[in-house]
Design a protein around this ligand. Structure first.
Ligand SMILES: *[C@@H]1O[C@H](CO)[C@@H](O)[C@H](O)[C@H]1NC(C)=O
Ligand SMILES: *[C@@H]1O[C@H](CO)[C@@H](O)[C@H](O)[C@H]1NC(C)=O
Ligand SMILES: *[C@@H]1O[C@H](CO)[C@@H](O)[C@H](O)[C@H]1NC(C)=O
Ligand SMILES: *[C@@H]1O[C@H](CO)[C@@H](O)[C@H](O)[C@H]1NC(C)=O
Ligand SMILES: *[C@@H]1O[C@H](CO)[C@@H](O)[C@H](O)[C@H]1NC(C)=O
Length: 459
């Protein structure tokens, strides 16, 4: 399925510490806040500072600030200040906290469901069923530096989503999150199946009491694709990716959704032939003599660009697009099909590993395209948000099924699965993040944020 190199090769010179980057960034909101409270002249200064910081990403190709500053004009640090000015309720300091930067800490209360209380767990992620002996991997929660991330509250989530709809677009890791969500919500309600098709790759669930709909759209490459050869050079299929063409299986259907959670990653490791304007332009690891290997990053970047272009081009779409960032796999001592496995039993602390190599490259590629899409979308009032799971999941080598995704005698392609996540397990925290984001959306992004932002600039 994937051509991963062995992990982790922790501290090479290309790697960097996300938390170091974050420190740099997180200082500013506080500093600005104190400046702001002094004099109106200082407000002018703040505007200049804001403009300066908005320009920084253009010259400074480091990933975290790119995102933070990229969303600055519409997100937490600046908007909390505006609220102060306009005499609106003061937003807690919490709102400036980067919830995606932190550590895993013990949580004896977890898990909040089991494979007997929730039927939505996909067989290959039902690790307890296949005899996983340890349970410790379920008993952690994400603790952001400088604030708390509340544990998922199913009643609150459903209340917030009343009359709304949410689509998951992507691959089986995206589905993994949706199934976690259904299981977390199952303490309050189960949905009914209202799928339009018997195809398991396109499911729709409805929470009748809340008129809330969840749907999944299978699109592992996000763009139009075809399997050219089920085997290919690595026996994982050879795919044709039409990098500039929409995958209408989802793009034609998401207009109506209030939230679109989009993700992609591991399929881009598979050999593929790239097409643009209907012509072959190169490939990724296809091992065809006369084709240039453009690398997976090329396809990944173009695919996100096209997917976001599709969303920004939808006339009736008014929803919020959430990019769920790449969740690293954790094969060690070999690649996925050469004995690599994930046998660790504890999370890493953030000082024990770093994002590097292809994980870093894919992550940065995503953030760049996210930024482009966010700017484009803002011209017509469309919002893009990051569900930035990369750092948290980098720290969870213990959360994958490994060989507990099937019976030992079963001959499956991905024998040691270090890509997906056991349910219950660390992927449940993605929905902690999601709920937190949705709440924040309602509190500080809603209402008159835009008018207050303009007011500030005029003064
Ligand atoms: C749930 O997990 C237990 C082990 O904890 C296993 O015996 C049982 O078969 C599993 N049930 C289902 C429905 O997967
Ligand atoms: C349910 O929500 C949808 C939007 O998701 C809306 O179009 C529809 O009118 C709602 N139905 C009821 C009965 O409120
Ligand atoms: C590559 O070579 C094959 C066989 O020689 C040929 O059929 C194909 O059209 C070539 N592809 C390109 C892109 O030149
Ligand atoms: C990481 O941080 C923890 C707690 O701050 C410390 O105890 C540990 O020694 C550090 N580990 C490394 C490898 O620096
Ligand atoms: C598993 O299946 C593959 C191909 O289907 C086959 O080549 C291989 O020998 C099988 N392995 C076992 C242990 O049965």
């Amino acid at each position: 399925m994937h051509t991963f190199s062995s992990l982790p090769s922790s501290h090479n010179s290309l790697s960097f510490s996300l938390s170091q980057m974050k420190l740099l960034v997180m200082e500013h909101p506080l500093r600005k806040k104190s400046i702001l409270q002094k004099t109106p002249k200082m407000v002018l200064l703040l505007v200049l500072v804001l403009i300066l910081f908005t320009l920084i990403p253009l010259y400074c190709p480091i990933p975290r600030p790119l995102f933070l500053w990229g969303s600055l004009s519409s997100s937490s640090p600046s908007s909390s200040n505006h609220n102060d000015i306009d005499g609106l309720p003061k937003v807690k300091l919490d709102e400036t906290c980067d919830i995606f930067n932190g550590e895993w800490v013990r949580n004896p209360e977890a898990p909040y469901y089991t494979n007997t209380t929730c039927w939505a767990i996909h067989d290959h992620q039902n690790c307890m069923r296949y005899g996983r002996p340890d349970k410790d991997f379920m008993k952690w929660r994400w603790k952001p530096d400088g604030c708390e991330l509340p544990i998922f509250n199913p009643a609150q989530f459903l209340e917030l989503m009343r009359g709304k709809s949410m689509a998951f677009v992507g691959d089986s890791v995206g589905r993994n999150q949706m199934q976690s969500l259904i299981c977390l919500l199952s303490r309050v309600k189960y949905p009914i199946d209202v799928s339009y098709t018997p195809d398991e790759k396109f499911k729709r669930w409805h929470y009748t009491d809340y008129n809330f709909t969840i749907a999944t759209f299978w699109s592992p490459f996000l763009v139009r694709s075809k399997e050219a050869d089920p085997n290919g050079p690595t026996l994982t299929g050879l795919f044709k990716l039409y990098l500039d063409e929409f995958d209408e299986d989802w793009t034609a259907q998401i207009d109506e959704f209030d939230y679109v959670i989009i993700s992609a990653g591991h399929w881009f490791f598979r050999p593929s032939i790239y097409y643009e304007e209907g012509q072959v332009v190169g490939c990724n690891y296809c091992q065809v003599d006369n084709l240039t290997d453009l690398t997976k990053y090329y396809g990944y970047q173009k695919a996100f660009r096209t997917a976001f272009r599709a969303i920004n081009g939808l006339k009736n779409f008014k929803g919020i697009t959430i990019l769920r960032t790449f969740a690293p796999a954790h094969f060690e001592n070999g690649i996925w099909n050469q004995g690599g496995d994930c046998v660790r039993k504890r999370p890493f602390r953030s000082n024990e590993t770093r994002l590097d190599g292809f994980n870093l490259e894919l992550y940065m590629t995503q953030l760049k395209e996210f930024k482009v899409a966010q700017e484009e979308g803002s011209k017509r009032g469309l919002k893009f948000r990051l569900l930035d799971t990369t750092q948290a999941m980098l720290l969870r080598p213990d959360g994958h099924p490994s060989h507990y995704g099937h019976w030992p005698h079963e001959n499956v392609t991905l024998y040691n699965d270090c890509v997906h996540w056991c349910l219950p397990g660390p992927i449940d925290s993605w929905n902690d993040f999601l709920l937190h984001m949705l709440k924040r959306e309602g509190r500080i992004y809603g209402g008159n944020l835009h008018s207050s932002y303009r007011k500030l600039r005029i003064r």
